[in-house]
Structures are given as structure tokens and as C-alpha cells.
Design a protein around this ligand. Structure first.
Ligand code: GLN
Length: 203
């Protein structure tokens, strides 16, 4: 595959990364490596002109409070009606319409999420993931990095599971131009998930 052509393909896309708390810098680095223009989003006006948005990992309750304080909840919901949005880890929690006892934050995806689902001893772990929809498909494992990660308890149509752990636990879902992953592709050097998202942005 011609990597130069690939990089050229991503040029011209403006992608926002919610930059209130958590691992937003790493997403910006991965997007920059792909020649996409990455912009930090802290205020509603930062969404203007963006082609897509990433909600990073971090602490979902803290991010949710800051989002509400910055008046970003309704603008992000409106943005998601017309653009691609990807939530990683805490970002997946923000996208879910059911997060257990607390009220949902954005409530954009038909997914039920359990926070901190992997118990204490293994609250951080790495597992190779085999993902059909990625470049090179399930033939090349994607390094899944899980940090006090949530898991998907239920995924209702039109949302569908796109990635599972070896034991069958669902850890990634897609619903139209919305994407949720329980793990952290931005903490790896493997750019395939970011490329997958940029393809969604363009579609
Ligand atoms: N445990 C965090 C939460 O519930 C998510 C962890 C992460 O984003 N790495 O918000």
C-alpha cells in the first residue's frame, strides 16, 4: 500500500478533540500523523467548521461536569446529527444512552455501558483485538489498551458491535457515523482506528 497517497487522503479534514480533561493530546498527535488538522474543543464555538469530533478517555464524570459548565452538551448533540463523533473509553460513556444509575450525558448511541467493568486486579490490561472493518481486517491484531475501561452490556439496533474481546465481551460499537471504543487507540502507534474514523468522517 502506498502510504504517501494514504496520508494525502486525510489532508483537508478538520477534526476536533474535546479538550476538557483526559487523554486528548494523544488523539491530536495521531490525527496530526495522519495529516488531518486537529483542533482542541473547549467551547461551543470551537465546533464551527469541524468535520468530526473525538471525545477522549479520562474521567467521564469530570468531563461531563465540565461539558455542562461550558455549555457543550446541546451543541455536541446537534453536531452529531450531521457529523461523525468517536468516543474512546470515557468518551464511550458520554455517548451511551444508558450508563446505569446515573442519567446519560449525550445519550446519542443505543448502547448500555457499564463503567469500570473489569474489576480491580485487571483494571488495566492489553489484549490483541481482531476487527473486521479495519484496514487489513481481522488478519492483523490491533493492540487494545484498556484502562479502567467500560464494557458494552447491550447494543441495540441500529447500533452494532464491531469489536469483542476473546471471551466475547463487546468493547466497540458503531451506529451510523457514531463510533464508541472501550479501549485507547490513541495510546498506540497503530493508526488504523484513526484512519477508520476519518473514513467515517468522509462518508
Ligand atoms: N473509568 C473511567 C470512567 O468511568 C474511564 C477510564 C478511561 O477513560 N480510561 O470515566
Amino acid at each position: 500500500m502506498n502510504r504517501d497517497l494514504d496520508v494525502e487522503r486525510e489532508a483537508g479534514l478538520d477534526i476536533g478533540v474535546l479538550a476538557l480533561q483526559g487523554a486528548f493530546i494523544e488523539h491530536i498527535h495521531r490525527l496530526t500523523e495522519l495529516q488531518a488538522a486537529a483542533r482542541e474543543v473547549r467551547l461551543p464555538q470551537d465546533l464551527e467548521g469541524l468535520d468530526g469530533l473525538i471525545l477522549p478517555g479520562g474521567e467521564s464524570t469530570a468531563i461531563a461536569k465540565l461539558m455542562a459548565g461550558c455549555g457543550l452538551v446541546a451543541p455536541i448533540r446537534r453536531f452529531a446529527e450531521r457529523h461523525a463523533v468517536w468516543g474512546t473509553c470515557a468518551g464511550m460513556i458520554l455517548l451511551a444512552d444508558d450508563i446505569g444509575p446515573e442519567p446519560p450525558v449525550l445519550g446519542l448511541m443505543d448502547i448500555v455501558v457499564e463503567r469500570n467493568a473489569f474489576g480491580r486486579q485487571i483494571d488495566s490490561f492489553e489484549e490483541p483485538l481482531y476487527v473486521e472493518g479495519l484496514e487489513e481486517g481481522a488478519g492483523r491484531a490491533f493492540p487494545g489498551i484498556f484502562i479502567r475501561a467500560p464494557r458494552l452490556m447491550a447494543v441495540r439496533p441500529p447500533a452494532r458491535v464491531i469489536v469483542r474481546l476473546a471471551d466475547g465481551t463487546a468493547v466497540g460499537a458503531r451506529q451510523g457515523r457514531l463510533l464508541a471504543t472501550a479501549f485507547h487507540p490513541e495510546l498506540t502507534r497503530d493508526l488504523r482506528f484513526h484512519r477508520y474514523f476519518l473514513d467515517m468522517v468522509r462518508s
